[in-house]
Design a protein around this ligand. Structure first.
Ligand SMILES: NC(=O)c1ccc[n+]([C@@H]2O[C@H](COP(=O)([O-])OP(=O)(O)OC[C@H]3O[C@@H](n4cnc5c(N)ncnc54)[C@H](O)[C@@H]3O)[C@@H](O)[C@H]2O)c1
Length: 377
């Protein structure tokens, strides 16, 4: 492909003009004109009109089909509720248009495999938003894992301790299995788990517990998991929507240093700290000086990487093959929590109910919820 510049920008179509679409628009505006939103669609006419006016978009459409029929797009960004991602992705891929989907990319491993089949059939690519992989210090840590400067990763902590009041779940697609696809394990902790796996490598086995402690949801509002990685490192993962002192916290204990990242929805260099193990101070200080510096996490960094990949005719970053391990881990957490079993990576094949839905064979509290709803409580 020819150079993607302000004179020849990537032509983007936005699907769903709610909350996250604004982050997409703001971050596209930071790309020196290399991408332009030329079209947007939402089933809510007022929202799409407002989005088109605010972001100077050429045309708003009442449906994805209408947008795909009229526009010559390079990529569509799916900013719609998770339960729509698969069908909308397949609609765009089957027209040969690349897709960047907000997280989670799909509701299940089965849906992910259907998207992969559509990619193959139509020769277009599907990528997932995973903005925290793209900050400078995450790239730095990926490089240090590769070059071994900090030694082996021995253990890690991966916490998403967020707070969502009951009112948050009034949006009809939240808190249920068939549209949001899960609770904080699926919808919120996915960021931290994905970043952790992208740094430390694939997982091997998980054992987990999930609970519906207090929120008006069908899904869990808390999960705890112990994950063993292929490398042998053992990771504690906590996902919660009931934690008043909110934090997104990743801690990596390597042989020669502890590296910590604490933020909420996005990080800068200042969000990271390093503590050398005794005797390794000089070696760790040298490693810490290496770049890249000054790149915060956020959608703009991932969008820029996508444009570079399209320009270079390379695979998009965070394709399905790269995101699948994270969705498999999420399915593994639910499968372990709901059945009491230890789950190995690769075990959740088409014969497992957890392949088709994160709810799988059913949450332990499902019967109680059904009884309560039948009695009108
Ligand atoms: N990457 C992140 O940090 C991040 C943060 C927040 C949300 N998200 C993800 O973004 C997605 C959207 O979340 P949100 O908070 O913006 O939700 P939202 O409810 O604010 O917006 C979703 C929009 O999609 C529209 N929509 C519904 N059906 C549609 C259809 N058939 N065609 C087109 N539009 C349709 C709705 O009318 C709404 O305007 C979710 O997958 C969510 O998990 C990601």
């Amino acid at each position: 492909m020819t150079a993607i510049t302000a004179h020849n920008p990537l032509r983007v179509g936005i699907v769903g003009t709610g909350g996250i679409s604004r982050i997409h628009a703001e971050n596209i505006a930071r790309l020196d004109g290399r991408a332009r939103i030329v079209a947007a669609t939402d089933i809510d006419a007022e929202r799409v009109r407002d989005f088109v006016e605010t972001w100077n978009v050429d045309t708003g459409y009442p449906s994805l089909d209408a947008m795909l029929a009229s526009e010559d797009l390079d990529i569509v960004h799916l900013c719609s509720p998770p339960g729509l991602h698969k069908e909308q992705a397949i609609a765009a891929l089957s027209k040969g248009i690349n897709v960047l989907s907000e997280k989670p990319p799909a509701l299940s491993l089965a849906d992910m495999d259907e998207i992969a089949a559509a990619e193959q059939a139509h020769g277009a690519q599907f990528a997932t938003v995973s903005q925290h992989r793209f900050g400078g210090r995450a790239q730095w840590l990926r490089d240090r894992v590769q070059d071994g400067a900090l030694g082996r990763a021995l253990t890690a902590v991966c916490n998403t301790l967020w707070y969502r009041p009951d009112a948050y779940f009034e949006v009809p697609w939240r808190g249920n299995w068939n549209i949001e696809g899960g609770g904080p394990t699926m919808g919120h902790g996915i960021h931290q788990m994905d970043t952790m796996l992208s740094l430390l490598g694939d997982w091997h086995e998980v054992v987990a517990v999930a609970a519906r402690s207090s929120r008006p949801v069908e899904t869990e509002d808390i999960s705890h998991a112990i994950v063993t990685l292929d490398s042998g490192a053992v990771v504690s993962v906590v996902n919660s929507l009931v934690s008043a002192r909110e934090t997104s916290y990743l801690r990596f204990d390597f042989e020669y240093a502890t590296v910590e990242l604490e933020h909420l929805y996005g990080y800068s260099d200042d969000s990271w700290t390093i503590t050398p193990a005794p005797g390794y101070e000089d070696r760790v200080a040298e490693a810490w000086k290496l770049g890249p510096h000054g790149i915060g996490s956020g959608h703009a960094a991932q969008f820029a990487a996508i444009i570079d990949a399209i320009e270079a005719d390379e695979p998009l970053p965070v394709r399905l093959s790269s995101a699948r391990g994270t969705l498999e881990l999420i399915a593994g957490i639910y499968a372990s929590a709901f059945t009491g079993a230890r789950i190995r990576r690769g075990e959740l094949d088409a014969s497992s109910p957890f392949y088709r839905s994160m709810e799988g064979s059913g949450a332990p509290w499902a019967a109680e919820l059904q009884k309560a709803s039948a009695s009108g409580v």
